[in-house]
Design a protein around this ligand. Sequence first.
Ligand code: NAI
Length: 246
Amino acid sequence: MNLKGKSAIVTGAGRGIGREICAALADHGVKVAAVDIKDSLLAETAALLQSKGVEVKSLVANVARGEDADKVCDEVAGAWGRIDILVNNAGITRDGLVLRMKDEDWNAVIDVNLKGVFNFTRSAARFMVRERSGRIINIASVSGLMGNAGQANYAASKGGVIALTKTVAKELASRNVTVNAIAPGFISTDMTAALPEEVRKRMLEVIPMRRMGEPKDVARAVIFFAGELADYVTGQVLVVDGGLLM
Ligand code: NAI
C-alpha cells in the first residue's frame, strides 16, 4: 500500500474508531490532520500519533458548521499543498423511540452525522477536484442499511450518508475522486460501552462471528479504500460487521 507522504483529514479523531483510523494512516506514512470538537480528546490522539514519525495537526472543529469545515480544509491544503484523503467519521447517537423523540435529538444527530459529512465533503472536494485526485471515505453504519428500533434519527442520518456517498461518487468520478462508505456493525468503543449490558448481550447473539468488532477492523477498511488496491472502486458500501447483516 503506497500511501507514504499523502495527507489526510479525519473527523471525530478524538477517540474510538476515528483515533484508530488516524493511527493506521500514520502507520502507512500519511500526514494526518485530526479533527474533533473536543480539545482534550484531540490531545490524546496527537500524543499517540507523535510517536509515529509523521506530520500531525490537531484541529478543533464542529463538523456541523460549514465554516469550520472550510477553515480546516483551507489550513490543511495551505500547509500540505493538497488533501488526498478525507475520512468523515464524526458521529453521535441520541437514541429513543420515534413516538417520544424530541426535535432537538433528531436535529442534533442529522446535523452532525449527515450535514457534517456534506460540509467536509464540499470543502475538501474543491481541492481534490483541482488536483484531479482524491479519496473520500464516509463512516456510515449497518443501521443506515437495515434500520434499528430506537435509532430513527441515527439510522436516517446514516442512510443519508450512503445516498450522499453514491451521489458524490457519481459527480466526482470523472475527476478521479472516489467516494466510498464503510458500514460498521457493532464496534467496541465508548459509544457502544454506553449501551445497557442487556442490549450488548442480545447483539452478540445475532452476530455470526460472536464478537464485537474492534476499531482496527474499521481502520483496515479505510486503508483499503485510501490505497491503490481500490483505484477503480467508487460509490460502494463495505459492511464490516462480523456477518450481522447478510
Ligand atoms: P465515539 O463516540 O467513541 O467517537 C466519536 C468522536 O466524534 C468523539 O471523539 C467526538 O468528540 C467526536 N465528535 C462528536 N461530535 C462531533 C462534532 N460535531 N464535530 C467534530 N467531532 C465530533 O464513536 P465511535 O464509536 O468511535 O464512532 C465513530 C463513527 O463510527 C461514528 O460516525 C459512528 O456513528 C460510526 N459507527 C460506530 C459504530 C460502533 O459500534 N461504535 C457502529 C457503526 C458506525
